[in-house]
Ligand binder design. Sequence first.
Ligand code: SF4
Length: 501
Amino acid sequence: MQIHLINPSDISFGAAVITPRWLYVLAAATPRHYGDPHIVDETLEQIDFDAIQPGDVVGVGIHTLNCLRGYEVGRAAKARGAHVIYGGIHTTLYPDEVFEHGAATAIVKGDGDRMWPVAIADVLAGKSKGVYEGGRIEGVDMIPARWDLLPRDRYMFASVQTVRGCPKHCSFCSVWRTDGQKPRVRPSDALIEEIVELRRMGFRFITLADDNFYPVTLSDLRMADRRADKTAYNRLKAIRDERFELMAQMAKLPPDMVFFTQITMEAAEDPEYLDAMRKARIKGALVGIESVTPEGLKDVYKDFNLAGDALAERLQQFQKNGVHVLGSFIFGLPSDKPATFDATAALAQQANVTLAQFVMLTPFPGTLDFQKWEASVGADVEHVDGIPVTRHWLIPKNRRPKVYAPHPLMSPDEIRSRTQGVWDNFYQLSLVWQRAQCVKSMKSKLAFVLISKLYRQMYANTGISTDSARHNKANRMARMLAKPLVKLFSASPMPQLQVPA
Ligand code: SF4
């Protein structure tokens, strides 16, 4: 009997940017007496179904964008006599659908770290309960990944997770609803051990795959401090202290290490935090800017962000502390107008963001926006091949319409072409080269240009384009760039590296 863990994908690139951490966490959660799991990341290459034998257990992790391929993999595995267990965000959101379309033997909702071995044991004993509630485990219970099973030469960046959950409630995001609003912080000692293991293997670029690396703001602390009961204040303070402890330990790691994360803009008003990030060599952060207007921020319940010149200034604070910003912007918000596109492009330049992504407002399952959109289309919903577009992820890819939130002024095509225009403008070679001056050596400048181009190909053309020729070209280009980039980002292994005292 063999355990298999599959990350489904329709497209394989031979190499990938970030290690799919969940595969290696569940590998670690697999009891050793079953042997090492067979891990397949289909973003690298497609699964060979001949490897699956009757009686095997196949774990499939799905999110909305890859669930259809996940169901195909699950059905094929079941047809070969295997037991199929699903997990992932989409499973948590649509458990019934997974049984109906994916031939599931069982599913694990929520965090799989503790419940995965229970589900395997029950399924193998013929006593599956069907649904297993993994819940939201505390940081102290999160387990380190089995990086010893990772093919080193296929990924550019390794990943660790330092905190799960986000206290905000942005309308387009499902994180706060699936991972919860209470930040669950993993103890720094365990994190450092894992990071050291990755550096020993030759990873010097590491993504901190967090929901929000700044889970407690200064104003959260001030508000809690005003209360007579100090319980909330003490809890928040403990989280903040743990963050500083982690960054202090990171600062002691080999000087060639570089970290990236995801953070809210409020961190820029916290000089002590930014300073600790600089010392910890957190050199890049995805910042959800979303909109450059106050009305747009209100649309997505993100009015804790700033707009206009104040926004540009705040983003520059990150840069001043050596943290390059990957700015994320959303187009198609109800208050957007045609002029918003140019204003956004200009702000991205003014704020000097290093990389940027421009996405169209899409009602993703699990979000407030989706709930609102689903209710608004009601029973008259359009169907494709008998499937309502409110379940568009079940429609075969070549027939699947792109679903965007309806806009009062602009058609989806207008928003799409204007969005594409902003991508084209931001990633024109002369501007990319200008931005590449943020790194020193020629090798780093070259890496910067390549990563900018790869990012643009992977996300702009494959994400928002409806033109299949553009898709195919983008996929070919991404495939071509992926392998050389893995080489460019790898470092010599440091097998003797010790965990800092
Ligand atoms: S978008 Fe970011 S800040 Fe908003 S809820 Fe999601 S993770 Fe939190």
